[in-house]
Ligand binder design. Structure first.
Ligand SMILES: *Cc1c(COP(=O)(O)O)cnc(C)c1O
Length: 233
């Protein structure tokens, strides 16, 4: 079985190869290691292989890991990304512990995070989650409603609106994946005319990373290909 270290190396090589093919600088594509459901031992293996950015889906689990590393690895340079759905009654924990929040889908959540962000922490980096596949069941803002939400979020002083995020419907066909991700790229580009500081597109997972990078992703969120399959209790 491959180690976390081998897997990270393979993914980084793969990112570099895809970047080369589409003439992008590989350094503009950040790898977020999605450690949800995985124990701190595996996170430590990744840290030992120079991985610093981690993504967590469940507030409680994420906060426990963040606190573990604050205690056992003081002054660490780890960057924690919250990438799961967030209920408003849990927003305070995200505001107090994470560096990035990828799944803003309504103004109320943004306002709560803004109010709850401790004054001695850097601004919380936030992304708006877009329901790009237009599925009734999926969370995220409809593409045509994104601009309005952006206008409101940029007024919140403790948030730093960095861009957009999407989790498209699972699709195995490369051209269809690319088509959906390209819509995200176009949406970000249209917003950048008024908000040039929006520099981030969080898209691409283990199964659709290539299409995401070709369409301009700047953050790929990879779990399974680094840590192996997840077992849910
Ligand atoms: C679990 C998860 C990932 C990682 O998915 P893999 O298929 O394991 O790479 C990425 N993004 C989000 C939002 C997730 O929930």
């Amino acid at each position: 079985m491959n180690t976390v270290q081998d897997n990270l190396l393979n993914i980084k090589n793969e990112i570099a190869e895809i970047a080369k093919k589409c003439e992008r600088d590989p350094n503009t594509i950040q790898l977020i290691a999605v450690s949800k459901t995985k124990p701190v031992e595996q996170v430590i293996e990744a840290i030992n292989a120079a991985q610093l950015a981690f993504g967590e889906n469940y507030v409680q689990e994420g906060v426990e890991k963040i606190q573990y590393f604050e205690k056992n690895m003081p002054n660490n340079d780890l960057i924690w990304h919250f990438i799961g759905p967030l209920q408003s009654n849990k927003s305070k924990l995200v505001a107090e512990h994470f560096d990035w929040m990828h799944t803003i889908d309504r103004l109320k959540i943004a306002q709560r995070l803004n109010d709850q962000r401790p004054k001695d922490m850097a601004k919380l980096n936030v992304l708006i989650q877009v329901n790009i596949s237009q599925e009734a069941s999926k969370s995220g803002v409809k593409p045509e409603e994104v601009a309005d939400l952006v206008k409101q979020i940029v007024t919140l002083p403790n948030l730093n609106l960095r861009g957009l995020m999407a989790i498209p419907e699972i699709e195995n066909d490369y051209d269809k994946q690319l088509n959906v991700f390209t819509k995200m790229q176009q949406l970000l580009q249209s917003l950048q005319k008024d908000y040039p500081f929006m520099d981030t597109l969080s898209m691409g997972m283990s199964g659709d990373m290539q299409a995401a990078i070709v369409a301009g992703s700047t953050m790929v969120r990879i779990g399974t290909a680094i840590f192996g399959a997840r077992q849910y209790l």
